[in-house]
Every structure is written in C-alpha cells, then in structure tokens.
Ligand binder design. Structure first.
Ligand code: FNR
Length: 388
C-alpha cells in the first residue's frame, strides 16, 4: 500500500543518485527563499499582518506551546489519511486557504493551486480576489475538490451572481469569509501606499461577472478610463458591513451547496453560525491580518469545538506551518485544516512545482508524524494525543 510518507525513501534514493530536493524543506527556509524571489510589494502584502503583528506571531507561538505524546505498538501499517467533507472524500485532511491578489506573485496562482491540489487529491479554497475567473479555475482541474470563497460584496445581486456561478462551475461549497468586511490596518502595505486591488490585481471574478458588468457605464475593456471606473466600482462594493447572521439565509435561496463560514473565533459566534444553518465553520483570524491583539486562532479552536464541535464540521487555519501543527489542530477538534502562507511561498519559488513541493512534503511529514504517534487515520486523534 502506498503512503504519502514513501516520499521520504524516494528523496533518499534521489540523494544517492546525486539529486537533491529543488526547494527548501523547512517552513523557515522556504519562507526565506521565497522572500528572495518576491518583489517588495508582494512580500509586504503576503508576509504582513495587522498592526504590530502580535496576533500573527501569536498564531505560530500557540503551536509552540502544544506538544504531541507519541504512542507505541499500535499497528500503523496500513494508513489511511482520507477525510470526508460534506459527502466527498479527500486524500488527507488538508485544503489550501484562499489567498487573494496573488497576481503580485505569479501570473496564474489559482490555476496552479487548483491543478496541484486536484492531482494530490486534497482540497482548494479559491478566493474571490482571483487572477482568473472562477470558471477558468474549475476548468483547470475539473475533478478536484474546490470550494469558492465569497467576500460578500455590498451589492447582494453581485453576491448572488458569484454564488450561482460557483455552483454552476462545479464548486463543492461556498466559504463566506466573515472577518474581512473591510481590510484590517496593515502597516507594511500602508507604509508603501500599495494596494494590489487598485492596480486591478485580483479582480477577475468581478470583471467577468455579468451582473457586476451590467451596472457599469461602459465595458472595462474599451478604455483605460472604463477599466478605472470598473476597478473603483469593484472596490466600492468590497465588503458589506451591514451583513447579519439572518442575511446568511439568503445563501439558501441562491445555492444548494454546503455553506461554511470562515473567520469565527468566539464560541457564541460559532453557535450563531450553527443556529443560522451553516454547514461548517473555519476557526481562523485570517492569519493575524485583521485584528491586531486578537487571540491566537489555535487557542480559540478548543473553545469553539467545545461549543459546537458535535453539531458542525469544524475546520481551522492561521499558523499551520508543519505536520505537527496539523495534528495538533485535528486533535483539538478540527476535521481538516487550511494551509495559508506556505503554499504561497512555494508558488513564488516554483509556480505549480513549488506548490507541489510544499504540499507533498507536508503530506509525507503528516503521514509519518501520525504513524509515529500511533495513529493510522486522523479520525482517531483527540485531546489525549496532546500533552498537558
Ligand atoms: C489571506 N487570507 C484570505 N482569506 C480569504 O478568505 N480570502 C482571501 O482572499 C484571503 N487573502 C489572503 C491574502 C494573503 C496574502 C494572506 C496571507 C491571507 C487568509 C487566509 O485564507 C488564511 O486565513 C490565512 O492565510 C491563515 O494564516 P497563515 O497560516 O497563512 O498565517
């Protein structure tokens, strides 16, 4: 039986033949190498967080405080990392997080991540703020598990149109990001005065949306001024601050897909999401990019799991850097995790090959970590896997 961990032997065999892995192996080395190939503007945007960035640091420090307790002699020969999410089984409890404006880093970020995740059998959450229209992303890897991440605009007709497009294009769920109805205060971008969106980066879904376009005075393609007006219109409707839990019921009229809310940290918000009929919750603080001083996302996970873990599908992101982090999050109650910045580092270093490198190595390490901790499947992880 083939396991993700078999990659380790393949790497040693390659090494014996004089071939080394093309990109760095540890998260820190990968990040440093990515820094070396990214523009200053792209680096500021991807690496930056809100305010003093203490929440961004807290997210990874929270993992530093958790330790696994390995268990022995538990017959871990035939491992199975597959995980079911809303009736669909993926190869491991892993999805890539939605990351917007990556046109700063690569010409085809979503096409690359959709193709690689489909090949590996894991999931991809595709951002609203994409470089390619969501239909092109679907066509790049029709068989893959893709979810569409919605930034709910201040125009419900445009929101509805995007949701309907995603369902028509075969996306498996709608992920509504709740924590970013406006951007957090991000000094690295502010110091440069640089916003990717003003340069029309990440607006492909808007510029191809029939409802959005029907509201423009002129098609964006016809002139520089028309494009400027379209960009202003897209940014003008970014985020709907008036959105309430009740409004989420609109999604039920627009789509039959499962709906997942992203950005929940408080147990009461988690209960509100379940009461509003949401199918899943992503515990996340947006990688520390929204509320400086917010609690580490991992510290929120156990509280949210205690509040609603039995009643919903819980997912987690913010600070996942290595396999041990994945195991910790699963042990605390997440069904699956989203990998954020590290896949972007891979993208910067080697496009699709770079993402493939990051994900395959993470999956190999996850397989070995689970097995060495005495687990054949993520399903048996629980809090007893963690030290006191
Ligand atoms: C994000 N994130 C994000 N989330 C979302 O719902 N839609 C988006 O378009 C974006 N865009 C985005 C851009 C960049 C550069 C980053 C770093 C993050 C948040 C993302 O989905 C995820 O929550 C975080 O990346 C998790 O934090 P770490 O693990 O990357 O630190």
């Amino acid at each position: 039986m083939a396991h993700f961990g078999d990659l380790q032997n393949a790497i040693y065999r390659d090494g014996a033949a004089g071939r080394r892995p093309r990109f760095p192996l540890t998260p820190d080395d990968l990040e440093r190498a990515a820094r070396g190939v990214m523009s200053d503007a792209a680096w500021a945007y991807v690496a930056g967080g809100a305010g003093t960035e203490r929440t961004m640091r807290a997210n990874t420090e929270a993992f530093e405080r958790r330790r696994l307790v390995p268990r022995m002699l538990r017959e871990v020969v035939g491992r199975d990392l597959t995980t079911e999410l809303f009736g669909r089984r993926i190869a491991a409890p892993l999805l890539t997080a939605p990351i917007g404006a990556l046109g700063l880093v690569h010409p085809e970020p979503e096409l690359a991540v959709a193709a690689v995740t489909a090949r590996l059998g894991v999931g991809a959450v595709i951002t609203t703020m994409a470089q390619a229209p969501l239909e092109h992303v679907a066509a790049a890897a029709p068989e893959g598990l893709r979810w569409y991440q919605l930034y709910w605009p201040a125009d419900d007709e445009v929101a509805e149109s995007m949701v309907r497009r995603a369902e028509a294009a075969g996306y498996g769920a709608i992920v509504v990001t709740l924590d970013t109805w406006t951007l957090g205060w991000r000094p690295r971008d502010l110091a440069r005065g640089s916003s990717p969106f003003l340069a029309a980066i990440g607006l492909a879904n808007h510029l191809t949306d029939p409802v959005f376009r029907s509201k423009l005075a002129a098609p964006p393609e016809i002139s520089h001024q028309a494009m400027r007006a379209a960009v202003d219109a897209a940014l003008g409707i970014f985020g709907r601050p008036s959105l309430t839990w009740q409004d989420l019921s609109l999604l039920r009229q627009w789509t039959s897909l499962p709906v997942v809310v992203k950005g929940v940290c408080h147990p009461d918000d988690a209960r509100a999401a379940v009461d509003a009929g949401m199918d899943g919750i992503i515990v996340s603080n947006h990688g520390g990019r929204q509320v400086d001083g917010a609690r580490a996302a991992l510290d929120c996970l156990a509280d949210v799991a205690d509040a609603v873990g039995e009643r919903t599908t819980l997912l987690f992101d913010s600070g996942i850097r290595c396999a041990a982090d994945v195991v910790v999050a699963l042990a605390l109650g997440a069904r699956a995790v989203l990998l954020g910045r590290p896949w972007v580092h891979g993208l910067a270093l080697g496009g699709a090959d770079g993402i493939d490198h990051v994900l395959r190595h993470l999956l190999a390490e996850l397989d070995l970590t689970l097995a060495l901790c005495g687990h054949s499947t993520p399903a048996t992880l629980d809090r007893t896997t963690l030290g006191p």
